[in-house]
Design a protein around this ligand. Structure first.
Ligand code: PLP
Length: 369
């Protein structure tokens, strides 16, 4: 018997992915480990071994040695650690893209903001002219935008950073397990990731460093993580994250990409305007404006119909604020009229079809077509 009322359909994977079963199993194993990885006795060594295996999985995903991976509570902390170590303590000027996540924007309010063009792509000419003055700089650029799914021109950004000797930090949260980042592009950069964005648990992330790169801690504490991040690591979460990463990297995203492309066509039929149409984007993300209709109205109607999507990024207060990302792209008042549909790794075609039908009915009603 199907549940009544039917379970809502979850299409908000960029806020947090659905937990992968392999991650859940690994977490259960982690919860059963008694020891603290810092203890020298048997149970401590057992926990330490599990921690170091997870570290190898994460670091090798980026083609780096285990020593490059510093576990954190998530990407907000990993981004902050990079800002602290390479920006503030490194005495570098900080340059950030206008469409970065608040983890970066709020972490470095004094940073120089680099504009994006109407397609959401970082203005490389502005980056170049900033770097030309020779001031030592930290450049923070996301691999893909969490609201629009638009991929950044990372190869060009990385080349400019190399040419002008700037340190590059990549917030790769939304691409991990969905799009591969070529090692020649990421070489020399630090990378932030978050387990719950690729099917792991909330509460684990990592900052992956260039080989042999020193790191001053943000939290010195008891010297864990080789003195780079104090505090007892959340072992079950870290083990779950590593298991999710292995699974995510094996996933074929082709079917999900086909579903998102089909959905794009269906929302456009009824007047929806796709923000990321024709652009290099994540395989699971669609950002759609319904002209003249507040995002909050759309969200509430879709929620009543049993579909969980979002407007802009999820924020802790539960309120929907106008997207700084779409504003930076020059969308003006339309920035408050876009919703984001982000398909989870295990989405079913019939869920997308049902959403498309609900969206079409909503659009016809609201636009009185
Ligand atoms: N960076 C990006 C691009 C994100 O999408 C998010 C989460 O929404 C974060 C950073 C913060 O990640 P976490 O929830 O692990 O702190």
């Amino acid at each position: 018997m199907p549940p009544f009322p039917p379970e809502p359909v979850y299409l908000d994977a960029n806020a947090t992915e659905i937990l992968r079963p392999e991650a859940k199993m690994a977490m259960i194993k982690g919860m059963e480990l008694i020891g603290n990885p810092s203890s020298v006795h048997f149970y401590g060594r057992q926990a330490r071994q599990a921690l170091e295996e997870a570290r190898k999985v994460v670091a090798s995903f980026f083609g780096r040695g285990a020593g490059c991976c510093v576990f954190t509570s998530g990407a907000t902390e990993a981004d902050m650690l990079a800002l602290h170590a390479f920006g503030f303590r490194g005495k570098r000027r900080i340059l950030v893209g206008a469409t970065e996540h608040d983890a970066i924007l709020q972490g470095a309010p004094q940073a120089v903001t680099l504009p994006v063009d109407g397609k959401g792509l970082l203005r490389l000419d502005v980056l170049r002219s900033c770097l030309q003055d020779g001031v030592p700089s930290l450049v923070c650029v996301m691999a893909a935008n969490n609201e629009t799914g638009i991929l950044s021109p990372l190869d060009d950004v990385a080349a400019l950073c190399r040419d002008y000797g700037a340190f590059l930090h990549i917030d790769a949260v939304q691409t991990i397990g969905r799009i591969s980042l070529p090692p020649d592009i990421t070489a020399g950069a630090s990378i932030a990731l978050s387990g719950h964005k690729f099917g792991g648990p909330k509460g684990a992330g990592a900052l992956v460093l260039p080989e042999d790169h020193p790191l001053e801690p943000l939290i010195p504490g008891g010297g864990q993580e080789s003195g780079r991040r104090g505090g007892t690591p959340a072992l079950p979460n870290i083990m779950g994250m590593a298991a999710a990463l292995e699974e995510a990297s094996r996933q074929d995203w082709g079917p999900v990409r086909s579903l998102i492309n089909r959905l794009e066509g269906l929302v456009q039929e009824v007047g929806g305007e796709s923000v990321n149409a024709g652009l290099d984007r994540l395989p699971n993300t669609l950002s759609v404006i319904l002209p003249g209709i507040a995002a909050q109205t759309q969200l509430m109607m879709l929620d009543l119909d049993g579909f969980c999507v979002s407007a802009g990024s999820a924020c802790s207060s539960g309120k929907v604020s106008v997207s700084h990302v779409l504003r930076a792209m020059g969308l003006g008042e339309k920035a408050g009229q876009a919703i984001r549909i982000s398909l989870p790794w295990n989405v079913k075609a019939n869920q997308v079809d049902a959403f498309a039908k609900a969206y079409q009915e909503m659009a016809k009603r609201l636009l009185k077509r």
